[in-house]
Write a protein that binds this ligand. Sequence first.
Ligand code: PLP
Length: 396
Amino acid sequence: MHDGIYFDNSATTPMEPRAAEAMRPFLAGAFGNPSSLHSAGREAKAAVDRARGQIAELLNAKPEEIVFTGSGTESDNLALLGVAESFGWGDCHIITSAIEHPAILETCRYLQRHGVEATFLPVGRDGVASPDALAQVMKPATRLVSVMAANNVAGTLQPILELARVAHAHGALFHTDAVQMAGRIPLDAERHSFDLLSLSAHKFHGPKGVGALYIRQGAPIMPLIHGGGQEFGLRSATENVAGIVGAGCAAQIAREEMAEEAARLVRLRDHIIDTISETIPNAYLIGHRYQRLPGHICLGFSGLEGEAIKLLLALDAEGFCISSGSACSASHAGQPSHVLTAMGYDPIRARGSLRITLGRFNTEAEVRRFLAILPQAVGSLRSTAFAHVRTVGVPG
Ligand code: PLP
């Protein structure tokens, strides 16, 4: 049981107790296989159908447009590989942005190795991809444009409606990796005419290992996993019934509480940004000041870029779970972030950011405690770093 202060809600979120409670019967007594015709199977199928409806409502989509997968990563893979396969892989051009999650970037690189042409759209200093820049790289063979709804490192929101419009004007499909946005900001698949959209339950207080892909009815796509034909033939495998039930419940709660919760997180977020800019000299915000996820703050501290991991560990010792914005996994910690590099930060700055991401269970008191501790932690690391420079001498 974790009892620290958890400010890493973009990595994953604490489980919503109401969703855990909804899962409980399906972890024990209600064990049926949704494909079975008998009563135990029908009970499981009804639970999966209900959850499909709850996810569909979160996106204003139809239940039959939702395919459950095993993760956000799998949803992204299904979208890209499934569309490329439906076009026969040849004569296929895909456009994505340079700041996508590896679930998209690595899938595009895989496609490139198999003859698909891929273009990586640049972003500006604020992390935003421009619809005009997209229009310039569209080609007759462009089948799919995939741009994330919100970035996991910088927190910046992308102009996905305009980007979708450009893709459609050129006859291409539009996919968005909405793993960071779904459950935090309203999404309307029907009105905004996305063709495909990925989400992941553990980012909105649901269980890990459950993703979904929204597929607009009629969009051309082929399965990656072949077998018994579950999930409308697009994702064979016996369903993770308990996980899907938890995801559905978490989606319903996120939808019902979204407006109030997003406003609360924006207040806390802006209070943190304003207070840090007043109390810590030479701190800088990474990403767009306003076009950002409600609880997402990405910061750098001039002179401390090489010490970001030390700062993270100093805060960890005070009980705060905070992420370095440098890379999305501990195994890459300390390496420059491809997101910040694409945003024009030099390799030193791209290695040294701090990501604070708030969620449903964070309180004002926790924020106050953090703001009381951070200036001191930055100050003492800066004085050590400065003492080191004095000891070794400054060249020239
Ligand atoms: N896409 C984005 C933007 C993410 O932030 C993540 C997870 O961090 C993923 C995809 C992958 O989701 P999952 O952890 O469910 O595989």
